[in-house]
Every structure is written in structure tokens, then in C-alpha cells.
Ligand binder design. Structure first.
Ligand code: PGA
Length: 266
């Protein structure tokens, strides 16, 4: 795992977007795992700008989102289908047939979960998986005690997740979907490259537990410590509780792989 600290949330999102852009340039048929949430909005703004300014071409990419609420029609403004249309898909040139989210309205939800796993396998697996982290340490909607080898399945959301997401679902917790379909932790760990973005002071403590704490199903993001190629991009506010900050800074300032990004962001 590598932790990269950038000065603020915009710089962190810009770096995440540039890493995604680079991956798409190297492999135009990239299979890209996508995430939702406030943190990702800046990344998608950057990708839209790169598409606009530099003709970044997503037309041959395939995408798989991490999760979707159960019981919300995709036309609901609070669905993750709608989120993705609004923040990314309407602004760049993905082929709609190659963008995927779980169907939270499926008549047979377990069959839908198995089908989603099959679609990922049929696409050859995920090359690059973008991730946020919940205040309870979840990746996707893998809430505390999710098995670290879990697959795509239904999951009940924790009260803290419901409270965190209520403002984006009309504001009333009692009206929120209580369950979601989510890729499992095991599904996520099979991505060839994981890229987690964490910003803001409210994530500082959970970030430290996720990155530097012991691996535990109580904080499913800790499973990323087992991943052979995981990069965690954070801003200064999120980084305050990290023990290894000096080393993480040294990596970004000295490792050759980061040179193009240092220059671009100077
Ligand atoms: P957020 O969500 O970006 O809205 O904080 C992150 C998550 O729950 O994964």
C-alpha cells in the first residue's frame, strides 16, 4: 500500500483523476470500477474536464460500480444510477452498454448479485477500482463485520451510513433504503489496482485505522492492506492522524513513478 498526501481535497481528486486518465491512455479498453459519494464528485469533475480539454476517450472502457440501493428505481434522483449519470456518464463518452451498476430493483436480488459477479468475470476482471471510505470504515457498502472474502451480495446499511447519506437521499433517514447490493470485499480485492481517495477532517480517524491499524472485519477498508497494488490518496486534513506521514511524503517527493505528477502539480 502507498499513501500519497496532497495539500487539499482538490489536489487529491486531481491526482486520482490523472491516475485514472493515465490508465485509460495506456489501456483504452480499461475495466474501471467506480464509486459514488461526495468525495468522488471532484474526481468526476476532473475527468469531465480532461475529456473536454484533452479529448480523454472513454469510449472503449467498461465500468462497474461498487453498489446500488435496493428498492430505489434507477430513475430516482437518489439512486446511484442517477448519481453516475449526473456526475460522470452524461459528461463523458462511455458507451452506455458497457456501464454497469447492480440492479436494486431486480425481482431476484441474489440472482442479480451472482449475475453481477459473472459480468465482471466476463469483462476479464477489474483493472482499476476507485474507492472511497465510509465513516464506519466501509468500502462499497461492506459494513462492519462483512467477511473479508465476501462477494457481491445484499447488505443491510448501518445507522451511521444511513445518517451520512440521508442528506443526499432527500434528508429523511426514515425514507432511506435500508439495504443495498454491494460488491464484496473479496470482489474488490480481485481488482488489479485499487485507488482509494479520502479527504476531509471527518475521515482522519477512520483513515488511520484503515491504513495503519490491524486488519479487521470491523473496518473493511483494512483488507486493502492485503492488496498488492493499492494506492491511497488523501488530503492534509484527512492525514492528520497518520503515524507514517513523513515517510509517505518522502515517497511522493522521491519515487520516480511520481515525477510526472509532482511536476504537473507544482
Ligand atoms: P463520501 O462517501 O464520499 O460521501 O464520504 C464515501 C463512502 O461512503 O464510501
Amino acid at each position: 500500500m502507498e499513501v500519497i498526501i496532497r495539500p487539499d481535497a482538490n489536489a487529491a481528486a486531481r491526482l486520482a483523476a490523472r491516475l485514472i486518465a493515465r490508465a485509460v491512455e495506456v489501456k483504452p479498453e480499461l475495466v474501471l470500477g467506480l464509486a459514488t459519494g461526495r468525495t468522488m464528485e471532484r474526481v468526476y469533475d476532473e475527468l469531465a474536464a480532461l475529456h473536454e480539454r484533452s479529448r480523454l476517450d472513454f469510449s472503449r472502457c467498461t465500468t462497474f460500480n461498487l453498489d446500488e440501493y435496493i428498492g430505489l428505481p434507477r430513475t430516482s434522483p437518489y439512486s446511484y444510477h442517477a448519481y453516475m449519470q449526473r456526475h460522470l456518464f452524461n459528461r463523458v463518452n462511455f458507451s452506455p452498454a458497457r456501464t454497469h451498476l447492480p440492479d436494486g430493483m431486480a425481482a431476484d436480488l441474489d440472482a442479480e448479485c451472482r449475475h453481477y459477479e459473472q459480468l465482471i468475470r466476463d469483462a476479464g476482471g477489474i483493472d482499476l477500482q476507485l474507492l472511497g471510505i465510509g465513516s464506519d470504515g466501509h468500502i462499497g457498502f461492506n459494513e462492519p463485520l462483512s467477511a473479508l472474502r465476501s462477494r457481491t451480495r445484499q447488505k443491510a446499511l448501518t445507522p451511521s451510513t444511513l445518517a451520512a447519506n440521508a442528506p443526499y437521499c432527500g434528508g429523511d433517514v426514515t425514507q432511506m433504503p435500508r439495504r443495498a447490493i454491494t460488491m464484496g470485499v473479496g470482489t474488490i480485492l480481485e481488482a488489479r489496482h485499487c485507488l482509494m481517495l479520502v479527504t476531509g477532517a471527518s475521515k482522519a480517524d477512520i483513515l488511520a485505522r484503515a491504513v495503519e491499524g490491524p486488519i479487521t472485519a470491523m473496518v473493511t477498508a483494512t483488507a486493502l492492506q492485503l492488496h498488492p497494488h493499492c494506492q491511497v490518496i488523501v488530503d492534509e486534513e484527512a492525514a492528520v492522524s497518520l503515524q507514517g506521514k513523513a515517510y509517505y511524503r518522502w515517497i511522493f517527493e522521491n519515487e520516480p513513478e511520481w515525477a510526472p505528477y509532482r511536476a504537473a502539480q507544482a
